[in-house]
Design a protein around this ligand. Structure first.
Ligand SMILES: O=C(O)CCC(=O)C(=O)O
Ligand SMILES: [Fe+2]
Length: 339
């Protein structure tokens, strides 16, 4: 798939009333790049015994730069590799096959290509994705004949991501003065209101003629809508850049080095609301390769922990008005996928 095009963004202005969108629209510029900032690697080894220390390290990294990487996280590299192999096999299926499982609008489930337009840049991300949101998958799994083992692998991987995300969120709950299972109850996978999402991503190989253009983005600048994101990257397939909150005005972007063993984590808008802005949700983007860099395909897998639809996001100090997680996500998805 190399048919890279640019479309006009004709979304309505309605949803743009929201602060997050105003913020996002101001972020489309190129900015500068810096390596002054460090994205910390935090070991989760002996999690139960070292919980207090880990919680403090996570808090410090999250409040300082907003992004951090976790290692020794308990998801075996073999399982990560297997999930990536299944992802690559899925995206290698014929377009007609994938098109049988289209993204349902506003549902975060199914396959889409070139349809996500970020308010920051107004052009479609140069990518395709397949999303799993457990209660919404009817009719959206490829058959075993088309791709044997895909469903079992991806469901199992999603569950491991959920477990890890809940452990990390329990550390933030400790430091926010909430009870330890507060976020686990809010992200209950056994409920039909569960809306956390696993997203397989395939950024297309970049054609030579686009390498010198600075208008095409693999993913335009944005913040995530969720509470917490776990991002799996592959060594050698870089491009992710983050903007620590303090540098938002200057737009000095810090690259995040990809590696197979680390999971890159970031706070999303939901947790920012929930924490009365104590945990900032920071901008990030995936820039296109430049001439002389690796310009082949890039695969990533993201898990978005987003509270069940019926959960009310209500903060202690009342910085934001209460809103259900359903309404919150619906507003943000509508702004990204057009009418
Ligand atoms: O693929 C990546 O490196 C980042 C993806 C991302 O930020 C997103 O899908 O929200
Ligand atoms: Fe993101």
């Amino acid at each position: 798939m190399s048919d890279i095009t640019t479309v006009t963004d004709d979304r309505s202005e309605g949803a743009a009333e929201m602060t997050e969108l105003h913020r996002e629209r101001a972020m489309g510029g190129l900015g500068t790049e810096t390596t002054d900032r460090e994205v910390r690697r935090i070991s989760l080894a002996d999690f139960d015994a070292r919980r207090g220390q880990i919680a403090d390290e996570l808090w410090s990294a999250a409040t300082d730069i907003g992004f951090f990487q976790v290692v020794d996280h308990g998801i075996d590299l073999a399982e990560v590799n297997h999930a990536f192999e299944m992802s690559a096999k899925f995206f290698a299926l014929p377009t007609d096959t994938k098109a049988q499982y289209p993204l349902k609008k506003g549902q975060n489930a199914g396959w889409e290509y070139m349809s996500q337009v970020r308010p920051s840049v107004g052009t479609p991300d140069q990518k395709e994705s397949y999303q799993l949101t457990r209660p919404r998958m009817e009719g959206l799994w490829p058959s075993e004949d088309e791709l044997a083992g895909f469903r079992a692998t991806i469901e199992d991987f999603e569950h491991k991501c959920w477990r890890l995300a809940m452990d990390l969120l329990s550390c933030f709950a400790d430091n926010l003065g909430l009870d330890r299972d507060f976020f686990t109850r809010a992200h209950d996978p056994s409920s039909s209101t569960y809306q956390s999402t696993l997203r397989l991503l395939h950024y297309y190989a970049f054609p030579d003629e686009l390498l010198d253009e600075d208008t095409a983005w693999r993913a335009g600048a944005h913040t995530d809508f969720d509470a917490l994101t776990l991002l799996f990257q592959r060594s050698g397939q870089g491009g992710l850049q983050v903007l620590p909150g303090a540098e938002a005005q200057g737009q000095a972007w810090t690259p995040v080095e990809p590696s197979d063993d680390a999971i890159t984590c970031n706070i999303g808008d939901m947790l920012m609301r929930w924490s009365d802005d104590r945990l900032p949700s920071n901008f990030h983007r995936v820039r296109a390769p430049r001439r002389g860099e690796y310009s082949g395909p890039r695969y990533t897998i993201a898990y978005f922990a987003q509270a069940n639809t019926d959960v009310l996001i209500e903060s202690a100090a009342g910085t934001y008005p209460p809103i259900t997680a359903a309404d919150y996500i619906a507003q943000r998805v509508a702004a990204n996928y057009g009418k």
